[in-house]
Design a protein around this ligand. Structure first.
Ligand code: HEC
Ligand code: HEC
Ligand code: HEC
Ligand code: HEC
Length: 227
């Protein structure tokens, strides 16, 4: 009897864990990370010649960043950002969750090669990639000129019905919208799959293509917004 109870408790605990830490993140196009913008295995600064290690490492090397979860192995940004102000005047809070991991490279303040406790000065990258000139579209620390980030996906049937039901609306092939939210919020990884190869359909690693010829025009936006 006692053993059964323990199993039941363990099962409950596992269920609770799954609820508090939503997983998902199937692949966007399914092509995988190899050969993509996030495959740094052939960079001169990557003497390990591995793909995953730039961002994840299997064992803690006693660096604080590991506490962020996901076996994180890339130094993060300490920037405080100017955030987006919604049309109703509400200012969105500072980025959190997995967005902090993307911004570990994409806010232009931390070296791409600042991982495994090393940094050889390989340069930085911005939200808009290499094409983007600082101060042009989104300067470092300025998230006010990009889609609201780390913003709660507020859905109340009949009240906020300008948004699609996140529990039942698919996000491309990545499960339902709920599966790609983190902390219940829209993060970088909600729209993009970092483990994908953009060369397949040239859609900036988006989970849903924006192109009419690849499904639906503005398909990503319409996945969430009921317009
Ligand atoms: C450029 C950085 C980067 C690289 C390289 C990378 N990841 Fe990730 N990974 C992330 C980020 C950021 C997240 C959190 C957001 C998400 O899940 O999409 C994540 C999440 C994950 C997760 C948990 C969520 C999920 O998708 O299941 C796993 C597992 C994972 N990565 C495995 C890998 C493996 C295996 C590799 C190498 C083949 C790899 N990653 C390469 C950045 C990276
Ligand atoms: C609401 C969805 C959404 C969110 C959230 C989002 N993006 Fe994007 N992102 C897009 C779309 C759509 C494009 C394609 C833009 C275009 O074609 O002009 C894009 C383009 C990009 C590009 C390529 C730009 C280029 O010109 O090559 C990068 C890099 C990027 N996003 C990084 C990020 C990062 C990092 C975050 C989080 C800090 C983020 N995105 C959050 C939707 C999103
Ligand atoms: C280890 C550093 C690093 C991390 C972490 C990282 N990126 Fe990138 N990302 C890059 C670099 C470098 C490029 C290539 C920029 C270029 O060539 O223009 C890139 C390119 C991109 C592109 C553009 C691909 C294209 O060609 O259209 C997108 C979109 C993107 N990243 C999104 C993300 C998202 C979302 C996350 C987090 C889930 C993330 N990145 C995490 C370094 C990183
Ligand atoms: C993953 C779901 C998701 C996707 C994909 C998405 N959005 Fe959003 N969007 C949101 C959420 C959530 C908000 C915040 C709404 C709120 O709280 O008022 C938002 C806010 C906005 C706002 C600002 C509203 C305001 O009050 O200022 C605009 C405009 C917008 N989105 C347009 C777009 C466009 C255009 C695209 C495609 C490029 C897109 N969204 C993709 C979820 C999404």
């Amino acid at each position: 009897m006692k053993k059964l109870t323990l199993i039941a408790v363990a099962a409950l605990a596992a269920g609770a864990l799954m609820l508090s830490a939503p997983t998902a993140y199937a692949t966007g196009s399914g092509a995988g990370i190899a050969g993509s913008s996030h495959d740094f295995s052939t960079e001169t600064w990557n003497t390990r010649e591995e793909i995953c290690r730039t961002c994840h490492v299997p064992h803690d090397h006693q660096r604080d960043i590991y506490q962020l979860g996901l076996l994180w192995n890339h130094s993060t940004s300490t920037a405080t950002y100017t955030t987006y102000t919604l049309d109703d005047g509400t200012a969105v809070g500072q980025p959190d969750g997995t967005s902090k991991l993307c911004l570990a490279c994409h806010d232009g303040t931390v070296g791409i090669d600042d991982w495994d406790g090393q940094n050889t000065g390989a340069g930085t990258v911005f939200i808009g990639g290499d094409d983007q000139v600082p101060g042009n579209i989104t300067a470092p620390n300025d998230l006010s000129r990009t889609h609201p980030l780390s913003v709660v996906y507020d859905y109340v049937p009949g009240v906020t019905d300008e948004m699609n039901d996140p529990a039942t609306t698919p996000m491309g092939t990545s499960g339902m919208i709920n599966d790609v939210l983190d902390l219940g919020k829209v993060q970088c990884s909600t729209c993009h799959d970092v483990h994908d190869n953009e060369s397949v359909n040239a859609t900036h690693l988006l989970r849903v293509s924006q192109k009419a010829s690849q499904g639906q025009a503005s398909g990503l936006c319409l996945s969430c917004h009921n317009k």
